[in-house]
Design a protein around this ligand. Structure first.
Ligand code: KG4
Ligand code: ZN
Length: 335
């Protein structure tokens, strides 16, 4: 089964073609709008929608060409139906459904967070259900027990900011560009992670929920005390200390989830999973646990994850989400 995947939930236009039988991505393209939103310090939904409108169709044509397939070879179209920004989601949904109608193909809407999870099935060997999943993105921080495709139990989630959101806000406090995650990672390489003693909110608590707003507030007070001009050394030390605090929280909560559920595989997904420091920390600290990370380019939003999720959802006769409908809020345990 060959699936065309379309991702437009935020500010990346992602398109990919996946051969499910061979478990192989045949072609993929991502167009990032980051430069368009840079001066606003975050994603402007209306601008994002308009950019998806102009970029999506040419990107689909190019991807099909690169795959060396013809339209007749495509068996189905998958698009991100949510969660995400309503306008951008509608662009992807509308185009996917129009193409499906025109080409006479089935079309399916998939959950963006499920796609971040299922992209790990591209690994060789892939993780075996059941496993624990840690999803760390700009909009979410989730610990899930994945029993099977579509059988997800939310074990814990953030009570306030998502991890990526915390990276973005802290980057802003340090005068770094949007998106903040890669900027913090870059500058943190020159800093001392033990320079500032930052809190690890809720990290050692009873449950598996997260909280990052206190950590962000601690960074705010430290930057305010420092005043202007902010030295590069100070920024690097604070970025490194913040990154270490986040890593500790993710390690402790993941370990607890694995132990409590008697599982030894941790599957990680979402934009923050591209952070090399966090990857290394999880790897070093979770001894005896099999870790699965997506390929670096497929941690942040991309079309490949939607194509893979679409493939598994097309195979599931109980799954119905082919209506022209988007869901800006869509919990993973309601998929
Ligand atoms: O998964 P994603 O592309 O979009 C959502 O579904 O939200 O994640 C985007 C988030 C942003 O907050 C961005 O700052 C963060 O992922 N991010 C990173 C890194 N690369 C992207 N955070 C930390 N380190 C990185 N290298
Ligand atoms: Zn995402």
């Amino acid at each position: 089964m060959i699936i065309l995947g379309i991702e437009t939930s935020c500010d990346e236009t992602g398109v990919a073609i996946y051969n499910g039988k061979e478990n192989k991505i045949l072609a993929e393209n991502i167009y990032s709008q980051v430069h368009k939103h840079l001066k606003y310090g975050g994603v402007v939904p209306e601008l994002a929608s308009r950019d998806h409108i102009t970029k999506l169709l040419p990107l689909i044509s190019r991807t099909i060409k690169q795959s060396r397939l013809e339209i007749k070879d495509i068996d189905g179209i998958a698009f991100t139906a949510g969660p995400g920004l309503r306008g951008p989601l509608l662009v992807g949904a509308t185009l996917a459904q129009s193409l499906a109608l025109g080409w006479g193909k089935p079309c399916i809407g998939v959950n963006h967070m499920e796609a971040h999870l299922l992209i790990n099935l591209l690994e060789n060997p892939p993780p075996d259900f059941p496993f624990i999943t840690l999803l760390i993105s700009g909009g979410h921080c989730l610990l899930i027990e994945a029993k099977d495709i579509g059988e997800y139990k939310i074990l814990g989630q953030t009570k306030d900011d998502a991890v990526g959101e915390a990276f973005d806000k802290v980057a802003k406090l340090l005068g770094l560009n949007y998106p903040g995650g890669p900027e913090i990672e870059k500058i943190a390489k020159f800093g001392n992670p033990y320079a500032f003693k930052l809190p690890r909110p809720m990290a050692k608590g009873e449950n598996l929920d997260f909280s990052f707003s206190g950590l962000k507030t601690a960074v705010f007070y430290i930057t305010r005390e420092q005043g202007e001009p902010v030295k590069r050394r100070f920024k690097a030390d604070l970025a490194a200390s913040f990154q270490l605090a986040v890593s500790d929280i993710l390690v402790w909560k993941s370990r607890k989830a694995l132990l409590e559920n008697g599982l030894n595989q941790l599957v990680i997904g979402g934009g923050v999973a591209s952070n090399a420091f966090i990857r290394k920390k999880l790897d070093e600290e979770l001894d005896g646990i099999d870790l699965y990370f997506p390929n670096l380019s497929r941690c942040t939003d991309n079309g490949a994850m939607v194509a893979v999720a679409g493939y598994y959802r097309f195979k599931d006769p109980g799954y119905k989400n082919s209506l022209f409908k988007v869901k800006p809020r869509w919990e993973l345990d309601k998929v």
